[in-house]
Design a protein around this ligand. Sequence first.
Ligand code: ADE
Length: 366
Amino acid sequence: MAEGSEGEKNRTMKRLLLIINCLLLGVGTTGGPLVMRLYFLRGGNRVWLSCFLETAGFPFMIPPLVVSYLRRRRSAAAAGTAKARLVSMNIPLLAASAFIGVLTGLDDYLYAYGVARLPVSTSALIIATQLGFTAFFAFLLVRQKFTSYSVNAVVLLTIGAVVLALHASGDRPHGESVKAYVMGFVMTLIAAALYGFVLPSVELVYKKCKQPITYSLVMEIQFVMCFSATLFCVIGMIINNDFKAIPIEAKKFKHGEGSYYGVLVGSAIVWQAFFLGAIGVIFCASSLLSGILIAVLLPVTEVLAVILYKEKFKAEKGVSLLLSLWGMVSYFYGEIKHDKKMKKRKSSDIEATEMPHIPELGVIER
Ligand SMILES: Nc1ncnc2[nH]cnc12
């Protein structure tokens, strides 16, 4: 009985964690591209600097990491077990996280290149194709199982992106060459494919890792990933002389120096929420759900871009928005149905002495 209530408490905690991470991902997915585009619209033109800002907020992870360490230390002392380590990840996990971080740094550059050249509403919809890539790599790397509902969601969200891509040419910003526009389009598409690979790779690392994955460890992984991605971008910034250009850009920024630095710091904070949310959702559920949430929220970004930056809202953007919402409803309906089926099966198995461990609501077993 006590074990049952402990299990119930764990499930509730994991659901709460899932909700928090969905919110973080939501803030990052919608706010990140808008702040990044604001930088370019108001006079900034450094691609390496803006890709650096995607991960440079990793020091914001230090306070929660310290709190988590103190808690682990206190519970180890109370239980009389070995002292908690300041850094709990082992060397292979550190190496894997650093490697994925470099891929993320490269991806950030491709993504920022696209945001610099395309309207946010267009780049957001190209990024929606990421879900197709995530689904493909999740199948290859972590043997993600699909239901008719999740397949339906992937198809709808991908069609939504394609509808937009087919009509995107009329969206070229004033004064931008066709070549720059096409390059922006292609780079964003490659970013979508690469990040579609990164998400299931994180899930694979969680699965293959020899130590139990806790949320504290997820935060450490986030720290290392963002640190190595930032290092990658710093090299690009040095080569491109971006550090010298920062004070000059700040002086020329349309809203003044103060708001220039405000945009940079705001960007770093919002993108931290994005990356922590993305890998946190993978921890609580799966890389597929992370990909689905990113795709579902992109049309929200698009609508906000239309409102805030007066970008054009054409019929195809509305169609894409509807398809995304339909895809989201389909996915969650399938998950709730699956969850109910699992609960029913569990209660009919309750008599058995050795009860098998059944995963819940797309939650991967660890
Ligand atoms: N670097 C990135 N940041 C945000 N969303 C992305 N989608 C693909 N790459 C991305």
